[in-house]
Structures are given as structure tokens and as C-alpha cells.
Design a protein around this ligand. Sequence first.
Ligand code: PLP
Length: 410
Amino acid sequence: MAYLNENYLKLQAGYLFPEIARRVREFCDANPEAAKRLIRCGIGDVTEPLPRAAIEAMKRAVEELGHRETFRGYGPEQGYEFLRSAIAQHDYCDRNIEIADDEIFVSDGSKCDCGYILDILGDQNKVAVPDPVYPVYVDTNVMAGHSGPARKDGSYDAILYLPCNAENGFVPEPPIEHADLVYLCFPNNPTGAVASREQLSRWVDYAHEHEALLLFDAAYEAYILQPHIPHSIFEIPGARECAVELRSFSKNGGFTGVRCGFTVMPKSLLARTENGRRLPFHPLWQRRWSTKANSVSYPVQRGAEALYSTEGRAEIRVLIDHYMGNARILRVAAEDAGLEVFGGVNAPYLWVKMPNGLTSWQMFDQMLRKLNVVITPGAGFGAQGEGYFRISAFNSRENAEEVARRLRNL
Ligand SMILES: *Cc1c(COP(=O)(O)O)cnc(C)c1O
């Protein structure tokens, strides 16, 4: 009999979203009438259809594959040059950030990249994560054996948690303790917080001082509306020596179901061996892709490329404006209901403080029963999330307005 990876047994039972789905199903089965009114503001998935530019590009690409003259088989393992150069140009060079085409690695999404990247990182690394946190950062490290057992509050031994609370504006300051690997996500899921240039500079300083690696998740950069907020960690001097950036077309181009994202791995980023040699990460990442993957399908890469066309960028703008319009409507309604609201200004998430002594799962149940609205309980994102819940602005305008009406009656 084969042995299993016992690290999986350390994982806490209900990964957040399956537990939400279970409670919603139970409620709907017991209350079929209320189920018809149910509005989901829980899971962070987009609701609006894909940009036309991406659809047309994908259709053309599929047609090309149907003719001998234009047929393509395996593509480059790192992604096609046409997409990598579009990314490097528009997301970085146009913003005066120095990133080369061959520092871009196209993938099937950032969630996946969170798991893949652990392939090239040592098991000895001390891992630091914000609390509350996107659960994928933690669970992938638990699966890889980078944590001790789970504690009662759902946190894990040997992982360093960085508390994010109203006092620090949900942006953690670098800790006194040493960490080798630090996950940062701005604009943040779940809190909707953004980090200023000064705050990110302190993290880059910390990384240099501790020779730490920053894994910077910028999945929501397109939602930044205020001009002084950095979109990329590479806007900070010195970041090329200490950071990897994760980006995705899921939340800007609505590619959550299409699947495409990328990592930016600077060639200047070094790591150490157990015996003290200093070597670049880049060749390992390249090797990981060429050995274990064949990138993403050609039509999908053409679809992603089209998001950078003039038409594609205009369509993304419309999508972002739509979701951020929802965020404003929900934010005002929650405030009118007397709730204290964070986020929702440069991010599609509102992070709402609970008005009373309820736990966030009790609040979840109340919102489900009384308003027939599904939210996400803050405790599902970490111990520091207790006392808060997350409302997602990913919805139709009609649903956002209806949720706003119901919130006012809370
Ligand atoms: C949605 C999201 C992503 C994107 O994930 P994909 O796998 O690219 O769809 C990445 N990070 C965070 C924090 C997210 O919420």
C-alpha cells in the first residue's frame, strides 16, 4: 500500500468556501421560498461576460488550429513571446518598470502559481503570512510540509502570522522576527486594503535586511483608482532583488473560468543553498516550467493578449467601473445601516466590522436567514478576521442594488 502525504491531514476540515456552500445548500433545502431570493456576495468570482476583444481573439485562434497552414502544437513552456512581450510592455515598461519578456512566465492562474512556486523554494524557509489571509498561501505551505500542526483557532504552528487590523489599516508592518518568505497581497483579498509606496518600501527594506523573498500578489491591481497607490511591487526601488510578483487575468479580464495568469521572476533575484552559495531563482523557475508543464493553451494566450489591445483595455475599464460602482453602492448602504466599513475604494471587497458581539459565522447565518444574502465570514480568513465579514462587489448591478436595499433594513 502506498504512503500518503500526511501534511494533507493537518489541513483544517472546512476549507472556507466548501463550508459556506454546505450551509447555503442546507438553508435552501429547508427554505425553498427564501432560496429564490438568495443573492450571493460570498465567493470572489466575477459575474459579467468576457470582453469581446478576448472572445474574438480566442475564436480566431481556434480557427487557426483547424487549418494545416496555421496549426500549432506545443508552444513555448514559458508562454508565447507575443503574450510575454505584451505583458512586459503594458504592465511594466509603459509604467517605467524594468521587466524583460523572459522574466514573465505565463500560467493557468495565480492560485496555481501559489502552489507551483513552492517547487523551487526550500523546505527550511520560515513563512510569514498576513492574518486575515487568502487561504491558498497557507494551505499550499501546509501541504508542502512547511508548517506544524493546526491550532484550535485554525492557525498553524511554525507559520508567522502578521496581524492586519483597524489599527494598522490592515497593512502589516514588517515584524521584529525573521522570515525567509513573506506573502503580501495588495489590493487585498479579503480586506480591500491597499499599501502605500512608503509601506511597501518598508517591506522591501525588511526583505533586504533579512535576505527574505516577498511573494507579491497583485491580482487586483486593475481595481486601484487612486493615482498614488503602487500597482506593482517593482515600482519600489530594490524590489528586483527581493520580490516575485503574481498576476492574473481573472479579475481584470474576467478570466476566472478561462484560466490565465503569470509570474514575474526577475533574473536578479537570488536565493541561497544550504551550504551558503548564492544562486538565481530564475533558471530553477524556467526548469520547473519546461519539465512539468507546457504553459497554457494557444487560444487562451491569444485571448489574454487581446486584453492589452486598445479595445480590450477599454472593455476592462468598463468591467472595473461596473464592479467598483457596485462597491460604492454597497459601501454607502452598509454605512447607512450603521456599520463600519473598510475597503471597497481600490478593491472589489468591503470588509465590514460587526456591530455586536456575534461571531462572524453567527453573522453569516443571520445574513443568510434574515436578508437571504451570502457573505463571507471573516474568521474563515484567519483568527484576526473574527469580528468582520467580507462583502464582494462581484455581482450584477441589479443584485448589488437589491443587497443595498436589504442592508438598509438590517
Ligand atoms: C482571485 C485571486 C487570485 C487569482 O486567482 P486565479 O487562480 O488567477 O484565478 C489571486 N490571488 C487572490 C488573492 C485572489 O483573490
